[in-house]
Design a protein around this ligand. Structure first.
Ligand SMILES: Nc1ncnc2c1ncn2[C@@H]1O[C@H](COP(=O)(O)OP(=O)(O)OP(=O)(O)O)[C@@H](O)[C@H]1O
Ligand SMILES: [Mg+2]
Length: 339
């Protein structure tokens, strides 16, 4: 079987420089590590998506794409490569067009969680600062782009406690990120990352990770902002297993599975949760969660299970293969029998 890892080109001109450099490094290292792992078992190449990607995949006789494309621009950028692949009939790992489109936009996914009685913070979508006059959310409020990741646009000053700071930060974010900007009721609680894998009846939750920010310097606000993810990783403590009772774990697992199903996700995802007063609030689902070695939540979680990091990457491929009924043959094996 031949697998192509496909990733995006750099988002030059789309996001601030500091955020872009970090994103580019994540991309490069993730592709490198995943290629190393998949090459042990498969014929594996890596490609950068451009207008010609489908022709390239066909010329290379690729059986399966390991999708690592977050997309460059547009309100459904995460779904663009899956859309091309589906049109061309090329199988790929992870969620479909529908799942990615719903998950990437936190306003749509939050509305769906709310309608499905899955706890999620109160939210508002803002196109214009004038809308802030009629706001129905109490302070503190967290301001975030509606469709970014890795805390791009979620900086220390994104958590605001009064109207003046809210207006200032929203005006700034409206200039930089794809409108609307999302406002979130700030839930002060304990934070968890939960990885789900599988499809249909066979959906499992991996050990839960707790993110402990109590060791951050006292001048920093204690949420997982861009600054904390970038400069204070060494002050962040990850507890796997988390410090939770069996009942709390069960509640969190059920909530996460519901959230995964209600967005129609496939193969694997990571759910971010804040637990407050016994309620697991779903902040968002990452339908294409980071997989970087040593740095990502999925890496840390996989490393405490029998899978290990290599096993996790191979399991993502296995899960997709099973879903498509492909034949899993190492190097030069039979081609696709059905998709
Ligand atoms: N409503 C909220 N209440 C409390 N904290 C929040 C809330 N929303 C976000 N946060 C904090 O901000 C962090 C980043 O938010 P979010 O997960 O929405 O962004 P992201 O950029 O999609 O993150 P990533 O893609 O890295 O998971 C969260 O991990 C959490 O610490
Ligand atoms: Mg998140």
């Amino acid at each position: 079987m031949k697998i192509a890892i496909v990733t995006d080109r750099s988002r030059v001109d789309s996001i601030p420089l500091e955020e872009r450099l970090k994103e580019d490094e994540q991309k490069r290292k993730t592709v490198e590590e995943i290629k190393k792992i998949l090459s042990q078992k498969y014929n594996c190449i890596s490609l950068v998506a451009d207008d010609n990607i489908i022709n390239q995949l066909k010329e290379e006789n690729v059986d399966l794409v390991f999708n690592l494309c977050n997309g460059i621009q547009g309100d459904s950028k995460l779904a663009q490569l899956p859309a091309l692949l589906e049109f061309a009939g090329i199988p790929y790992t992870g969620s479909s067009i529908l799942g990615h489109t719903l998950a990437i936009n936190k306003i749509y996914s939050s509305a769906i969680f709310q309608a499905s009685n899955i706890p999620t913070p109160k939210f508002a979508s803002i196109y214009d600062v004038d809308q802030l006059k009629d706001l129905d959310i109490d302070f503190p409020i967290l301001i975030k782009p509606s469709d970014e990741g890795s805390s791009r646009g979620i900086h220390q000053d994104s958590l605001v406690f009064d109207m003046d700071s809210l207006v200032e930060k929203v005006s700034e974010e409206l200039q930089v990120y794809n409108p609307p900007i999302m406002l979130n009721e700030y839930i002060e609680g304990r934070e968890f990352s939960v990885c789900v894998m599988g499809n249909g009846e066979d959906v499992t939750v991996l050990p839960i990770q707790e993110i402990d920010l109590t060791n951050l310097p006292s001048n920093l606000k204690k949420f997982y902002s861009f600054e904390v993810k970038t400069y204070y990783k060494d002050k962040t403590v990850y507890h796997i297993p988390p410090r939770l009772s069996d009942e709390e774990i069960e509640l969190m697992e059920d909530t996460v599975k519901q959230a995964y199903r209600v967005l129609g996700l496939r193969d694997y995802a990571r759910v971010d949760i804040i637990l407050k007063d016994g309620i697991p609030y779903v902040l968002e689902i990452n339908s294409l969660p980071g997989l970087m070695k040593k740095k990502s939540a999925l890496y840390r979680i996989a490393e405490v299970t029998d899978l290990g990091y290599d096993g996790l990457v191979l399991k993502i491929v296995d899960t997709a293969i099973k879903r498509y009924n492909l034949i899993d043959e190492a190097f030069d094996g039979p081609k696709i029998i059905s998709i």
